[in-house]
Design a protein around this ligand. Structure first.
Ligand code: HEM
Length: 600
């Protein structure tokens, strides 16, 4: 190869004639020529650098239309911006950007590695941008560790805006509309009973039981069989970490995304994982098809798509798309709903008086049976508990960013196309004017006329519809009704069955209750901890045990029991508490209890 390059170089230096003759007559020595060519290289490199720098500085200076101001911008280096200022961990990022709002106002610009991020502090601005101007702010961003999520992976929550997105989203609304009035085919209530039984049998594994509950429930709703939940559980830790700054290092060192696939471990892993996602979703859909043919398919979203001709006709999804639309709307129902379920345990230990009050309401309305969906109009305190849990500990403290599809001017400030706009849900859920005493868990704020959030009639309000935790505009969460159904029925069942208490005395000292400790990912979950879960009476114990012979365990105890690639096997080093690869790492007693920024 070097032989073929050599003559070409010689030709360039000595365009014609004999080289040595030319050297002799010109007086140029080979050393001098080497110097010249080296300095040429240095000059070319310097020129490139200069052009690059000039572009950075020029692009840094936006040419704004007359009368339009740039947004307040955090100081940083040209292009690289504030690359050193990327906070890693879940809710801590919300505090970090919240502190900066105090200095830079309710909307400011934060540039890092050439990308403009815009941070929004309050509900009004979030609504003005994401709802009133939703068509301008409905794209998603590329994520370095998962470049496919925007285009090509078919995962609805992070899909770029366009025709495919609209069809997926319409499909999602259609299956929700059809299944919500039927209580999601009764699956959440069936799973509640199994979860109660697991909690009686092995209460110390409560956190694990909650995650299993979420997976079994959504797998049943999606494919009519809780067994498919293990597919979701196999994938969720990877997917959640991949889309979080606290995940793979490439999410912070974003320039690594320029590595070609042949040498990029991130791209190779991504391909492997997304092939697995596809296998899981295809397999589950095929299973429903086979069961329909055999006449044994239970009701589910997949069955609806495979057999319904009515609404489906207007939403044309092929097999691949339907498999991913159903699947990608299912894996998001695990950590999101798992978050409030974990928070329930934290809240009940910190606020035992409220637990007693809401139990009195449930006992009065339901007596000796579990609460049903039909009871909900008579259970405003239970609904207030659910609503306040979501406000108090936002499952997605920084929401999901919206990307500007075109240049915009808001209140005289310029927002450029491609800016990534973040609504800080954590701060929005703590706006003092709407939520007095915002750091306190106060479900009464939803049912007492003295509070600004009170709304009548109490048979209907509070509920989760329109709750800001679910985001804004045409990218808002389509899973609100399912979340409402799952949370009110399961928390109702838990409160009817058990009293959750912090440990007391010396045991209490050894097992403190976390306050705002969560996992570090974009969907946060209160850290699990050791507490007492006591069944409220022997009658209730009997009711639960007799009413549900199968507790629905899914985690296998060792590799020898594994039957397929989706089976979940308990890791040897986590014999009691399984943390799902760090999603639910336990709250370990710290040497000193942590302190929090003001207002937390
Ligand atoms: C506590 C429960 C949940 C919370 C707090 C939550 C929150 C969110 C948020 C903040 C967004 C982004 C909204 C935006 O961009 O403005 C979102 C999107 C989404 N959620 Fe949820 N979610 C929850 C449960 C669910 C469930 C149960 C499902 C499905 C069964 C679901 C499916 C989706 C989907 C498909 C999207 C993407 C929508 C789009 O990009 O257009 N979510 N969710």
């Amino acid at each position: 190869m070097s032989q073929s390059i050599q003559p070409a170089q010689e030709q360039m230096l000595f365009p014609s004639g004999n080289a040595s003759a030319f050297l002799e007559t010109s007086g140029l020595t080979p050393e001098l020529l080497a110097d010249v060519s080296q300095s040429k290289f240095v000059w070319a490199l310097s020129l490139l650098l200069l052009i690059g720098l000039a572009r950075i500085f020029v692009s840094g200076k936006q040419r704004l239309p007359p009368g339009v101001k740039p947004l307040p911008r955090l100081p940083g280096l040209p292009y690289a911006g504030r690359f050193w200022d990327i906070p890693a961990e879940g809710v801590k990022a919300a505090w970090h950007f919240g502190a900066l709002h105090k200095k830079y106002g309710p909307i400011y610009e934060w540039k890092v590695m050439g990308t403009i991020h815009i941070w929004v502090e309050n509900d009004k601005i979030a609504r003005d941008l994401f709802v009133t101007r939703q068509r301008k702010y409905c794209d998603r961003n590329v994520l370095p560790a998962a470049v496919k999520v925007k285009y090509g992976s078919e995962l609805l929550p992070l899909m770029g805006y366009g025709d495919a997105f609209r069809r997926y989203k319409n499909f999602m609304h259609m299956i929700m509309r059809q299944s919500n009035p039927r209580g999601f085919y009764g699956w959440p209530v069936i799973e509640n009973k199994k979860t109660l039984r697991r909690l009686i049998e092995t209460p110390e594994q409560w956190s694990e039981h909650l995650i299993v509950h979420c997976a079994r429930t959504i797998a049943s709703v999606a494919w009519g069989d809780p067994a498919h939940g293990t597919k979701l559980l196999t994938m969720v830790p990877y997917l959640l970490k991949t889309v979080s700054p606290a995940g793979p290092i490439i999410n912070k060192l974003t320039f690594l995304q320029n590595l070609p696939e042949s040498i990029s471990p991130f791209k190779q892993e991504e391909n492997k994982q997304f092939d697995r996602v596809k296998d899981a979703f295809y397999e589950a859909l095929q299973d429903v098809k086979d069961r329909i043919a055999a006449g044994t398919a239970e009701d589910s979203w997949a069955k609806l798509w495979l057999s319904s001709e009515s609404e489906k006709a207007s939403i044309t999804l092929n097999w691949h798309e339907a498999a991913h639309a159903i699947g990608s709307s299912s894996f998001v129902a695990i950590a999101t709903i798992g978050g409030p379920l974990h928070c329930f345990f934290t809240a009940m230990c910190h606020y035992p008086t409220w637990q007693t009050r809401v139990q009195e309401e449930i006992d009065r309305v339901c007596g000796d049976r579990l609460p049903q969906l039909e009871d909900m109009p008579q259970l405003p305190m239970l609904r207030a508990t659910v609503k306040e849990i979501l406000r108090w500990r936002q499952p997605t403290p920084l929401g999901v960013p919206h990307v500007a599809l075109e240049d915009d001017v808001y209140e005289g400030y310029f927002i450029p196309k491609d800016a990534i706009v973040h609504a800080n849900h954590y701060l929005i859920s703590r706006e003092e004017s709407l939520y007095p005493d915002p750091t306190e868990f106060k479900p009464e704020r939803w049912i007492d006329p003295a509070y600004p959030t009170y709304k009548e009639p109490l048979t209907e309000f509070p509920n989760l519809r329109g709750d800001t935790s679910f985001g804004y505009g045409n990218r808002a969460c389509p899973g609100v009704d399912l979340t409402q159904t799952e949370l009110v029925t399961l928390l109702g069942a838990l409160l009817w069955s058990f009293t959750v208490k912090r440990r007391e005395g010396a045991e209490g000292l050894a097992n403190p209750v976390p306050w705002y400790e969560t996992n570090p990912y974009v969907i946060t979950m209160s850290k699990p901890f050791n507490c007492e879960i006591k069944v409220r009476s022997e009658e209730k114990r009997k009711y639960i045990m007799d009413g549900c012979p199968d507790a629905g365990y899914v985690v296998k105890s060792n590799e020898a029991e594994r039957e397929n690639q989706w089976d979940i096997v308990r890791p040897e080093n986590e014999p009691v508490h399984y943390s799902w690869e760090g999603l639910t790492t336990r709250f370990e007693t710290p040497a000193v209890m942590p302190t929090y920024p003001p207002g937390v």
